[in-house]
Write a protein that binds this ligand. Structure first.
Ligand SMILES: NC(=O)C1=CN([C@@H]2O[C@H](COP(=O)(O)OP(=O)(O)OC[C@H]3O[C@@H](n4cnc5c(N)ncnc54)[C@H](OP(=O)(O)O)[C@@H]3O)[C@@H](O)[C@H]2O)C=CC1
Length: 457
């Protein structure tokens, strides 16, 4: 590494990784992206060669086209409001091609180890066996690929004669065909898989440990997220408006045989599905409470009901995982969370950034794009972090807000309100531009003077 070279590594070329590579490449920053697969798109590539995509044949996104597209690359107008996985993957490929940064991506190359060095750089070891030095690392490895099974697992599972799997292993309807299927969970994976099962399985049960507010994809003929989703609309107005619309559109969840939610609307990550309500109304799905135990061929539920089942699909969510960091350096496995200033900056490790590590009530792509702008500004010395104590305070305040606002669950540790967070990123960029440099070691200007000069304004 020469004194003037300044190199950035992006881990992963999913929707967040490509947004970051595009922004950094446009700024003239020397960026490499390592991607295990042979293509961009990560989770949206059904059957992705990287082996970790959670996509299934029937997957359609639950954020509308206009709310998920990147700011400078509209999705084709001939796509449906809620696009299918392959249309989304094609859109990401077209984005990469259009902005011409594909040559920055090393396909078929995983990152196996990232080790911060005493001089502030990072040693990045690749699946090729090579180790390279980088000045900054952007982690964009996604957070929907490492399955979380119930912890602890329900008793009796070892003697269960049916099959047990996590939704991550679900890829197509043939896995359900003709079987008696129990789908566990009330998130979006559970909705989609229960609907698939309702057409292909012999019997379908949907097991909920808690009720949720199921949001239909359209209200008043418009994609639901386009009605109240506006950056300028204060959340104190947004959610009451949305709640009323939803209540008018669906009525109470108990009307469909689902348990009444134990929380208010928008106090949980949204479960969006028009089709589940339809299939419940048709009697094609039987709602059941949480599993109590397994017993031979049977699954026994908390209300004492028992059903013979061939397959139980645990749609119980994902863990945040960074297999390339040493556990004593960074390990979110306990509480499924990680302390990041503005959900992007490691407060104690200069040059370590996270992109797309949020679960928005909305789409992640425009968020990743805006996070990348902030990171690029920081790399160029145009944005500065506040002092260490201020960063810790911001992180604590955010955590307090999350625990007050959302149902206590490991699925909510990285939750953000899309519009509020987008506004926050925009304002934070301005605030950071006015801050003095060097209030914290994490603000060390990472681009050398020479590299900064090379960067076009
Ligand atoms: N079409 C789309 O766009 C899709 C998007 N997604 C997205 O992918 C992400 C992951 O979604 P998903 O896979 O559904 O996972 P989630 O984490 O969103 O949901 C997990 C569900 O499982 C329940 N659960 C967790 N642990 C247990 C347990 N031990 N026993 C019983 N129930 C349990 C949770 O309940 P509790 O709330 O009580 O914790 C929750 O209902 C989300 O961001 C989602 O929006 C997923 C599928 C499709």
């Amino acid at each position: 590494m020469s004194a003037n070279s300044f190199r950035v590594c992006v881990v992963g070329a999913g929707s967040s990784g490509i947004a970051a590579v595009k922004v950094l490449a446009e700024r003239g920053i020397d960026v490499d992206c390592c991607e295990l697969s042979d293509r961009v798109g990560g989770n949206w590539v059904w059957g992705n060669r990287n082996g970790v995509s959670a996509a299934y044949r029937s997957l359609h996104i639950n954020t509308s086209r206009q709310r998920m597209e990147f700011s400078d690359f509209p999705m084709p107008a001939n796509l449906p409001d809620f696009a299918r996985h392959d249309q989304i993957a094609d859109y990401f490929a077209a984005y990469t091609e259009h902005f011409g940064f594909g040559d920055r991506i090393r396909f078929g190359t995983g990152v196996t180890h990232v080790e911060p060095q005493p001089d502030g750089s990072f040693a990045v070891t690749l699946s090729t066996g090579d180790t390279e030095r980088y000045d900054a690392v952007l982690v964009a490895n996604g957070h929907h690929w490492d399955p979380r099974l119930p912890e602890p697992m329900f008793p009796g599972v070892e003697g269960f004669r049916g099959e047990v799997m996590h939704s991550h292993s679900y890829t197509e309807e043939s896995q359900l065909a003709g079987r008696r299927v129990v789908v566990v969970g009330m998130g979006n994976s559970a909705m989609d898989i229960a609907v698939d099962a309702s057409y292909h399985a012999a019997e379908t049960y949907l097991s909920a440990r808690r009720g949720v507010h199921v949001i239909p994809k359209y209200v008043w003929g418009k994609p639901y997220d386009q009605i109240a989703g506006k950056e300028w609309l204060p959340s104190a107005l947004r959610w009451p408006v949305a709640r009323r619309l939803m209540a008018a559109a669906t009525g109470p969840m108990t009307r469909y045989g689902l348990p009444a939610p134990d929380h208010k609307f928008a106090q949980a990550h949204p479960t969006m599905s028009s089709r589940i309500l339809d299939r419940l109304a048709h009697g094609a799905i039987t709602p059941v409470p949480n599993i109590e135990r397994f017993d031979g061929d049977d699954v026994v539920f908390a209300d004492g009901r028992r059903v013979a089942a061939d397959l139980v699909v645990f749609c119980t969510g994902y863990k945040i995982s960074f297999p390339f960091f040493d556990r004593d350096f960074l390990d979110p496995s306990g509480d499924n969370e990680i302390r990041l200033y503005r959900r992007v900056f490691h407060p104690a490790v200069p040059g370590l950034y996270f992109v797309g590590l949020v679960q928005p009530l909305g789409a992640i792509m425009p968020i990743a794009e805006r996070q990348a702008l902030l990171i690029a500004d920081h790399l160029q010395g145009r944005y500065h972090l506040p002092g260490a104590a201020a960063m810790e305070r911001e992180i604590d305040t955010h955590r307090r807000r999350i625990s007050r606002r959302y149902v206590a669950s490991k699925r909510h540790t990285i939750q953000v309100d899309y519009d509020d967070y987008m506004r926050d990123l925009r304002l934070e960029r301005r605030r950071g531009a006015r801050r003095p440099a060097g209030r914290t070691p994490a603000d060390r200007p990472v681009a050398s003077a020479a590299a900064r000069e090379e960067i076009p304004a």
